[in-house]
Design a protein around this ligand. Structure first.
Ligand SMILES: O=C[C@H](O)[C@H](O)COP(=O)(O)O
Ligand SMILES: C=C(OP(=O)(O)O)C(=O)O
Length: 449
């Protein structure tokens, strides 16, 4: 049971600090009314579930499991449909089956889902044909159309974010515990895909092996409950502090604060200032938290983040999601890992191979090369191997749809193909085939490790 946190209590110390990347709402009274309503709504997740994820991530920190975290760059309100949610889940389940079976490691599955509606932007405004308007900041803030009305931040969108997250989470819970995620469905997840895709065919061969292994185990009398449902957790960037605070509640079991908008929340590269509101907010809640670390992060900053966010040095509490870029990871990561390890902290190290590898194609589309994504993951594994530390997982932007947003991959997408199905609301995502390719390659790297 959780009860509302009084957001004017000392736990709201973040309110006195500068908060980067917040929308400028023209109607503050409307914002207050919406957040007051949100504070009265039921939690989207339970504190006990957050504790369970923290324990699972503790196993990752100790080198006993691998984290697969993935989903849309930005979820969109008009894509809260059964088909879209199932496609994302199916892709993550397939990737997880590949990693579990081919790398023989337990996989902790966390979606960028049911709350990933807010985007930090490089520039506060966008200019087109001499007209300047606020940038699109995700469906929780405004709308992508280039009109004054669409781009004006509207606090009512926070309410839609809550309801969209609730609907998504409800379906995800149904899929993951109601039979769809049963390992015996390992073929079914691939049915619409296998015929015309190299990665689909490779997956099908693996699914056949899994099937035989399951039949063998069943014949031996082993058919554990773990094979019939999966533990799946929801995560998003805790960007809009008004929303996150309205969903922060006191856990009646422990008296501690939990952000019940998602199981895990992370603080982005653009909002992780040590003296800023986001880190202060994350320090107050008991959820497992992540922090993105870009290529300019110093070892001192990483150590201070540990002191702030994981003072009890609890494995699973803090995940560092590095996003250095393929050309910098081998230079930048070793010092961070070495100094953090020397400090005695046991954080989860995760590689986001997407955000340091974005570029604009001549056609104007933002894109990423599959080879750069792969190279960053390779660099991540190399660094951890050299230091004897655990490459804890990957964090990827992906979709279950056959979009053409990133170039390369086994079923190669060329720069000239980008226009065919470029559907992301913000950054380019791996499509289903590229996601599976990545899972197979990561599994190979993990085994070699
Ligand atoms: O997903 C991450 C950021 O929101 C995104 O990379 C920012 O993109 P921009 O540089 O186009 O603002
Ligand atoms: C904005 C994101 O990443 P970063 O903070 O690493 O730029 C993101 O993961 O959506």
């Amino acid at each position: 049971m959780t009860v509302n946190a009084d957001i004017s209590t000392p736990s709201a110390t973040w309110r006195d600090l500068p908060a980067a990347q917040q929308p400028e709402y023209p109607d503050q009274e409307a914002l207050r009314a919406v957040t007051a309503d949100l504070a009265s709504y039921p939690p989207l997740v339970f504190a006990g579930e957050c504790d369970q994820l923290r324990a699972r991530l503790g196993a990752v920190a100790r080198g006993e499991a691998f984290l697969l975290q993935g989903g849309d760059c930005a979820e969109a309100f008009d894509q809260v449909s059964a088909d879209q949610i199932r496609a994302k889940l199916k892709t993550l389940l397939q990737m997880s089956a590949v990693l579990t079976y081919a790398a023989a490691v337990p996989v902790v599955k966390v979606g960028r889902i049911a709350g990933q509606y807010s985007k930090p932007r490089s520039k506060p405004t966008e200019r087109r044909d001499g007209v300047e308007l606020p940038s699109y900041r995700g469906d929780s803030v405004n709308s992508p159309e280039f009109t004054v009305e669409a781009r004006t931040p509207d606090p009512e969108r926070l309410r839609r974010m809550y309801h969209s997250s609730a609907a998504t989470l409800n379906l995800v819970r149904g899929f993951t515990t109601g039979g769809y995620a049963d390992l015996r469905q390992v073929h079914a997840w691939n049915q619409d895909f296998v015929r015309n895709s190299a990665s689909g065919q490779r997956y099908d061969a693996l699914a056949r092996e899994i099937d035989s292994a399951l039949s063998f185990m069943k014949a031996c009398g082993a058919d554990p409950a773990e094979f019939h449902s999966v533990e799946f957790y929801a995560s998003h960037e805790a960007l809009l502090l008004d929303y996150e605070a309205a969903l922060t509640r006191v856990d009646s079991r422990t008296g501690r604060l939990y952000d019940v908008s998602g199981h895990m929340v992370w603080i982005g590269e653009r909002t992780r200032q040590l003296d800023g509101a986001h880190i202060e907010f994350a320090a107050q809640v008991r959820n497992p938290v992540g922090v993105k670390l870009g290529p300019t992060t110093s070892a001192e900053e990483a150590l201070t983040l540990i002191d702030r966010l994981d003072p009890e040095r609890e494995p699973g509490r803090l995940t560092f999601i590095t996003r250095m870029g393929a050309d910098r990871i081998r230079d930048r990561l070793p010092e961070l890992v070495e100094k953090v390890t020397a400090s005695g902290a046991q954080v989860v190290w995760v590689c986001d191979p997407m955000h340091g590898n974005t570029f604009e194609a001549a056609s104007g589309y933002k894109t990423r090369r599959f080879d750069d994504v792969l190279d960053e993951v390779k660099g991540f594994f190399e660094v951890h191997k050299a230091l004897g530390t655990h490459p804890g997982g990957i964090h990827v932007e992906l979709t279950g749809d056959d979009v053409t947003e990133c170039v390369g991959g086994g079923d190669e997408i060329f720069v000239d193909d980008l226009h065919q199905r470029y559907e992301t609301a913000c950054d380019p995502r791996l499509n289903r085939s590229q996601s599976l390719d990545l899972a197979f390659l990561v599994a190979e790297m993990y085994r070699a490790q």
